[in-house]
Design a protein around this ligand. Structure first.
Ligand SMILES: O=P(O)(O)OC[C@H]1O[C@H](O)[C@H](O)[C@@H](O)[C@@H]1O
Length: 545
């Protein structure tokens, strides 16, 4: 057995998991439950009272976090220790939102001045584009940004830009291209004019196939419009940690925004990768987003474990994954602007904690990262919520909702809120057979049929959920919310003693993809791989089935 499962806390939790009363009872016997199990931090409010926990469980979960040396591990991350051990890198997305005077050293060098110099460069770039001072090759101002990037170099800027729609300055449009499927690029190019479009190529490595291919095709399209090679500098900028490769590619050095190897892709929206956000919402709002995340960093590093929002959420996820075999976790945003968050948290968490080897190389003998999925409420209530209520899988849920809408209209927001709260209530309390039968009392059905239908209507309840509220969706609350999930992911990785910051599985896919590409274009049929891969490659070469 591995270390974490050997701790007395783990054994205690195992025992507790078999002996907990139904949540209905937990609420009925403790009128102060909500007060005890809710907290406010960084403009966010977390109600975690609708979880299968009591004080003993929580105290064992925090004990487990202590055993796993969570406080020391948090310190090590913020201090720039090489915690991404397989890639020998520090993990310092938090340095990207550190205030100007802070000192965060990597190899003895304080990185904060460089971070702020880049922020200042972003600021002047944003000012020059949005003021119209920056001109395209025919002398016109820029109206459209096409951001090309994938994975962490795409999803963060995309969902944050979408979430902050009410804060757009209205000076630009922004389009995102990620997939190498030409359709993605071609359809976006139909919407823009080469004379007024700026392409922003975002790639930490400057080596990602999809991004390079899309950028080359965008450049061809641009040149075909009558522009010359010299005009490229006015229409192409890049964000990368590989400045040499970007200049070699033909991007003007003045238009290259640096990032660093200590920023993981899925944690990079706080770096210059966030440039599309700054372009769309303006620099003050972009800085407010960083400040919101910074506030969550301060909370995470200073609050005691039992009052620490990311720790509470991370440990609850450990609780369900390791003691109730929950294999998935659903994120339900009751705000149309936040509809992209589930996909973002999916990337963040699944790429981070989809691991089965511990730091010292031992294979885990317990579950690690769950499947993260979700969507927008109330839409999901008319679809997959059925399984949340009556399916056989236990799926803990996070409900996220601002108390004030950016678009107050009649009773809409009250209805949205009533659905959100009503769902958490239904998940928690369920419906007993007696209640279902009572509901059928006045129906004309025969007694036998009433019994049968009542059986189908039974909902066990006791389904866990967190409710996260904020006054209003602002750049600062969005920053805090994203940082909350980043740290929640980190907490779980610490308990499982895995490296949440590498992604070897994704890397293998890339390598094999390149090998297959060579075979697709080869002058002979594929024969050397397994029979399925050979046949699929040969069908593609043939062009029909
Ligand atoms: O920014 P790039 O170097 O182009 O990488 C883009 C993406 O590539 C891979 O898929 C990584 O697993 C992601 O974490 C990364 O964000």
């Amino acid at each position: 057995m591995s270390r974490v499962t050997n701790t007395p806390e783990w054994q205690k939790l195992k025992e507790y998991s078999n002996n907990l009363p139904h949540m209905r009872e937990l609420f009925a016997t403790d009128s102060a439950r909500f007060n005890k199990m809710s907290l406010k931090a960084c403009g966010l409010f977390l109600d975690y009272s609708k979880n299968r926990v009591n004080e003993a469980v929580l105290s064992a979960l925090f004990g487990l976090a202590q055993q796993a040396q969570l406080p020391a591990r948090i310190k090590a991350m913020f201090a720039g220790d090489i915690i991404n051990t397989t890639e020998k890198r520090a993990v310092l997305h938090t340095a990207l939102r550190a205030p100007k005077g802070a000192v965060v050293e990597v190899d003895g060098v304080n990185v904060v001045p460089e971070v702020h110099a880049t922020l200042d460069k972003i600021e002047s770039f944003v000012a020059s584009i949005t003021s119209g001072e920056w001109r395209g090759y025919t002398g016109k101002a820029i109206t459209d940004i096409v951001s090309i990037g994938i994975g962490g170099s795409f999803l963060g800027p995309k969902i944050a830009t979408q979430a902050l729609r009410p804060y757009w300055t209205g000076k630009l449009n922004c389009h995102f291209v990620a997939n190498v499927d030409a359709t993605s690029l071609v359809e976006k190019l139909k919407l823009v004019d080469p004379e007024t479009t700026l392409f922003l190529m975002s790639s930490k490595s400057f080596g990602t196939q999809e991004t390079l291919t899309n950028t080359l095709s965008a450049r061809d399209w641009f040149l075909q419009s009558g522009a010359t090679q010299a005009d490229v500098a006015k229409h192409f900028a890049a964000v990368t940690s590989n400045v040499a490769k970007a200049t070699e590619f033909g991007i003007d050095e003045a238009n290259i925004f640096p990032m660093w190897d200590w920023v993981g892709g899925r944690y990079s929206l706080w770096s210059a990768i966030g440039l599309p956000i700054a372009l769309m919402v303006g620099m003050d709002n972009y800085r407010a987003l960083l400040a919101g995340a910074r506030e969550m960093d301060e909370h995470f590093t200073s609050a005691p474990l039992a009052e620490n929002m990311p720790v509470i959420m991370g440990m609850l996820s450990v609780w369900y994954g390791n003691f109730f075999n929950a294999q998935s976790h659903v994120v339900l945003t009751y705000d149309h602007y936040l509809r992209g968050l589930p996909a973002y948290f999916q990337q963040l968490d699944m790429e981070s904690n989809g691991k089965s080897v511990m730091l010292e190389g031992e294979t885990v003998d317990f579950s690690t990262g769950p499947v993260i999925w979700g969507g927008e409420g109330t839409n999901g209530q008319h679809a997959y919520h059925q399984l949340l209520h009556q399916g056989t899988a236990l799926i803990p849920a996070d409900f996220i909702m601002p108390l004030q809408s950016h678009n107050p209209l009649g009773e809409h927001h009250a209805q949205l809120a009533s659905n959100c709260f009503g769902q958490t209530q239904a998940l928690m309390q369920g419906r007993t057979f007696e209640e279902a039968l009572a509901e059928l009392a006045s129906s004309k059905l025969a007694e036998e049929e009433k019994t049968l239908i009542a059986r189908h209507k039974v909902m066990d309840g006791n389904k866990p959920s967190n409710t996260l509220l904020m006054d209003k969706l602002t750049p600062a609350t969005l920053g805090a919310l994203i940082a909350l999930y980043e740290h929640r992911t980190f907490v779980q990785g610490v308990i499982w003693d895995i490296n949440s910051f590498d992604q070897w599985g994704v890397e293998l896919g890339k390598t094999l993809g390149n090998d297959v590409l060579a075979r697709l274009g080869a002058d002979k049929a594929a024969t050397e791989l397994d029979s399925s891969s050979n046949a699929l490659i040969n069908l593609f070469r043939q062009g029909h089935i």
